[in-house]
Design a protein around this ligand. Structure first.
Ligand SMILES: [Zn+2]
Ligand SMILES: [Zn+2]
Length: 200
């Protein structure tokens, strides 16, 4: 049997450096730094790498969180507040509840409430950032030269990189280097207040 050599047309396709399949160039993401302007691995392999990286980062932090006393307390508290929320929701869906909500939102107190909540959140964020020293930040940057979740390059014009707590402070995560990663703005925003297992 003759040896079959794979030939391809470099102007239209190339082999992926990960899965070694020859694929059309459109299946490689754009990468201005590379000679052919494309990433060396295909988009499917890129997605698999992101998922694997995410699984590693997320599961390490989650394991620490789950086994900590603080994580257990927060979980118990959440279960209790879920039950409260459910009974609240039933009330808010009732006619009486709807009326109360409308009145509250229209009242001065209701309008102020939103502003106060947002201001408190800003203060919490500012305090959290002050705890990370310049040295810590450099260490993080060395560990995560790109977004820890999607691998995107940081864009300083979008105020990147952004500090992300893998397990949010509000869910019992600690403000420690072991719970911090650097992320792009869009991953940070989309992850929000979720623990990784709820987000991905
Ligand atoms: Zn591939
Ligand atoms: Zn990202």
């Amino acid at each position: 049997m003759p040896i079959r050599l794979k030939v391809w047309d470099p102007s239209r396709e190339k082999p992926c450096s990960k899965c070694h399949e020859v694929r059309p160039l459109e299946e490689f993401s754009k990468h201005p730094g590379h000679r052919d302007g494309r990433q060396s691995y295909c988009k499917a392999c890129g997605r698999a790498m992101v998922a694997a990286r995410y699984q590693r980062i997320g599961s390490e932090a989650y394991r620490r969180y789950e086994s900590s006393e603080r994580g257990r307390l927060v979980r118990d508290e959440y279960a209790a507040s879920d039950a409260r929320r459910n009974s609240n929701n039933r009330y808010q869906r009732s006619e009486h509840g709807k009326l109360r909500t409308r009145k509250y939102l229209a009242s001065l107190r209701g309008k102020l409430g939103g502003k106060i909540r947002r201001a408190r959140r800003r203060v919490r964020l500012a305090m959290a950032e002050e705890f990370i020293s310049e040295e810590d930040f450099q260490e993080l940057l060395a560990r995560y030269p790109q977004c820890a979740y999607c691998g995107a390059e940081f864009d300083p014009s979008k105020k990147e990189p952004q500090l992300d707590h893998v397990v949010p402070i509000s869910k019992g995560g600690s403000h420690a280097l072991s719970n911090a990663v650097l992320a792009c703005r869009s991953c940070n925003a989309s992850k929000g207040n979720k623990i990784p297992h709820e987000w991905f």
